[in-house]
Design a protein around this ligand. Structure first.
Ligand code: KG4
Ligand code: ZN
Length: 368
């Protein structure tokens, strides 16, 4: 990390953020006042989903190439929407990981070039940290709080003690939750991305028709597992074949309910740990799966029972975006934590370097 002189303190900072770690190309400009308040001046997100659709999932090579093709234009759009020029910026931040390495490289290289040409401080933001700090931007929420991050790539329970101080309480030992939704949809012949189609199909379904497992229920450590549930859905679908529309609705509803029961149980355990460690009495939920209504309902009930506040950023800021990256950059800039231009892209970059590997775990890659 470089130490920039304190000239960045004491005035409003404008930070350009760039996000290219998965299948969204995004750029945004946020302002951070001297007293730490955030405002989004622009946030442009372009999804590549149509390019990946024929393959049924994100293809890293296609993703990286698609980022290259549109990133300049998206940055120009973000600056124009914010009504500013490169010369107005205080810093430039890009996701430095974790994520698909080809995509991360594209965003990082672009940000470094902008920093070099316009003589700006550069920050390599951790994508997970960017999700984690979003409530500071959207509702001026300061740590400590507990974060439940549920997306297509990540499923984690993180205690956010302070900016830069994170304790991973739980993670998935196999699939991410969004991935479980996507695989369930694929199995039932529903369109991708699977989360919204499973949710739609579950409307009018009976959640008690299929008896599916609630993985990891009651375990003392708040880890997750969804691979067994996915297999159980497949076996249930085979046993009940051929499934009519009502059958698909019932299976989707039963799947969703199993997910909610498991996530609520794991989150309750994490909340209790979080409250003893850092008096955290706010539960923040982020990631694309936070859009799910049944999950929101279950978490709202949990929050009421446990007397904690539930905070879910607007869905456009729960899913991948660059405003969160710019904000993480602004938070670090305010602390004079900037990076040298030789920062290397990271496929893996755990927020909590001290987190012990999960016993009996399978892959603990970027999903963890
Ligand atoms: O955070 P996100 O947009 O991208 C990353 O994975 O980083 O999350 C996408 C994931 C996908 O797996 C998608 O199926 C899931 O979030 N998702 C949902 C819903 N909307 C999106 N899962 C359940 N219910 C939804 N309504
Ligand atoms: Zn994400």
């Amino acid at each position: 990390m470089n130490d920039y002189p304190a000239t960045h303190e004491g005035r409003t900072q404008l930070v350009l953020g760039i996000e290219t770690s998965c299948d969204e190309t995004a750029a945004a400009v946020v302002a951070r006042t001297a007293d730490g308040q955030g405002r989004i001046l622009s946030s442009v997100v372009r999804s590549q989903w149509e390019q990946h659709r024929p393959y049924g999932g994100v293809v890293p090579e296609i993703a990286a190439r698609a980022h290259v093709e549109c990133l300049d234009e998206i940055i120009a759009d973000a600056l124009r929407e914010a009504g500013i020029d490169f010369s107005d910026l205080s810093a430039v931040a890009a996701t430095g990981g974790p994520g698909l390495i080809g995509g991360v490289l594209v965003g990082l290289t672009e940000a470094k070039a902008i920093a070099l040409v316009h003589d700006l401080p550069f920050i390599a933001a951790n994508h997970l940290e960017a999700h984690a700090l979003t409530p500071g931007l959207t509702e001026d929420l300061k740590p400590p709080y507990l974060l439940l991050l549920v997306s297509g790539g990540h499923t984690q329970l993180l205690l956010i003690e302070d900016v830069g101080r994170y304790v991973r309480l739980g993670t998935t030992i196999d699939d991410a939750l969004g991935e479980a939704f996507d695989k369930t949809a694929k199995l039932l012949g529903l369109p991708q991305p699977g989360g919204p189609s499973v949710e739609k199909a579950a409307h009018g379904g009976r959640a008690d028709r299929f008896n599916l497992p609630r993985p990891m229920l009651g375990r003392p450590e708040p880890h997750f597992s969804f691979a067994g549930l996915k297999t159980a859905v497949r076996l249930a679908a085979q046993a009940a074949a051929p499934l009519d529309d009502q059958g698909v609705a019932d299976l989707c509803a039963s799947f969703e309910q199993a997910v909610v029961d498991a996530v609520v149980d794991r989150t309750r355990t994490a909340l209790r740990i979080a409250r003893t460690r850092a008096a955290a009495d706010v539960l923040v939920v982020a990631g694309g799966v936070a859009a799910n209504q049944r999950l929101r309902g279950g978490l709202a009930e949990l929050a009421a029972r446990e007397s904690v506040r539930l905070s879910i950023p607007p869905i456009a800021l729960c899913t991948d975006n660059a405003a969160m990256v710019a904000w993480a950059g602004a938070e670090h800039l305010a602390r004079n934590n900037t990076n040298a231009l030789d920062f290397a892209a990271r496929a893996r970059w755990p927020l909590d370097a001290d987190a012990t590997p999960v016993i009996g775990s399978g892959r603990l890659g970027t999903k963890a």
